[in-house]
Design a binder for this molecule. Structure first.
Ligand code: B12
Length: 213
């Protein structure tokens, strides 16, 4: 759809107002929030990533595109959440220490919330000990770790080691995700599961917690 391509381009250009207006217009015209997210916003962000890698886009511009994504996601959020669901479990979610990326983690949180989970979001740059404290405090059934950098994948490993060494490990399942993360890496570092995106994260979390659909 031409408008979704336009949205992807406007996101790359960092045009917050135009993307907000277009998001609302597409919703009003009956386009689903999931389609706007996948074919407009995430498609645009994928190109931003490619341009960043080959040096065609610099950090301030990428940050501006991230603000566009945040603004549009706040419009889409109520549409991604189905109303009136009873909480079916609590999840602690955070981006590991040294990593400032939160768009993907936030999306996972929104989709899990939509599926009926309560989310305790620890934000970005979360030290391993803070995950352990949060498990003690919130008593979740599951913890989700996000990492977007090859360097912070190692911090993810460390985070799981610290959780493993604490008394809380037996009470939670651990799921990991982020662009460089693979199922194989999850197995290597002792995570219970991995999901490649926010939609499959919901299925994986339900599978790990033996919750039927
Ligand atoms: C936006 C962005 C930024 C923004 C982040 C803003 C924010 N608030 O998040 C800013 C400008 C701050 C940034 C900074 C940097 N970035 Co950056 N960034 C990106 C970019 C373009 C998009 C990421 C994104 O939001 N994608 C959209 C979301 C929806 O997708 P996602 O994050 O992958 O999340 C999905 C899945 O991964 C999964 N998922 C994610 N988390 C979790 C957690 C769980 C539990 C589960 C189950 C699933 C899951 O589900 C999500 C939803 O479907 C990527 C490129 C890319 N395409 O990934 C580079 C990228 C990740 N960044 C990169 C780099 C190098 C950096 C910097 C080091 C640059 C620099 N020189 O300073 C810094 C690092 C800062 C830091 N310490 O973290 C590299 C990483 C390379 C590498 N292999 O390590 C990438 C890949 C760009 C590139 N091609 O080179 N970045």
């Amino acid at each position: 759809m031409a408008e979704l391509q336009e949205m992807a381009t406007l996101l790359q250009q960092g045009n917050v107002n135009a993307v907000k207006t277009l998001t609302q217009r597409l919703l009003d015209n009956g386009v689903s929030a999931q389609t706007i997210l996948n074919d407009g916003l995430i498609a645009g962000m994928t190109v931003v990533g490619e341009q960043m890698r080959c040096g065609e886009m610099y950090l301030p511009e990428v940050l501006q595109s991230a603000s566009v994504m945040h603004a549009a996601m706040s419009i889409l959020k109520p549409h991604l959440l189905s109303g009136g669901v009873q909480p079916i479990g609590r999840v602690v979610l955070g981006t590991v220490k040294g990593d400032m990326h939160d768009i993907g983690k936030n999306l996972v949180g929104i989709m899990l919330q939509g599926a009926g989970f309560e989310i305790a979001d620890l934000g970005i740059n979360t030290p391993p000990e803070k995950f352990v404290e949060a498990i003690r405090q919130h008593q979740p059934k599951l913890v989700g770790l996000s990492a977007m950098l090859t360097t912070t994948m190692l911090v993810m490993k460390k985070t799981i080691e610290v959780i493993n060494a604490s008394e809380v490990r037996s009470q939670v399942k651990i799921i990991i995700g982020g662009a460089p993360i693979t199922q194989r890496f999850a197995g290597e570092i002792g995570a219970d599961g991995f999901a490649k995106d926010a939609v499959s994260a919901v299925d994986k979390v339900k599978e790990l917690l033996a919750i039927s659909n």
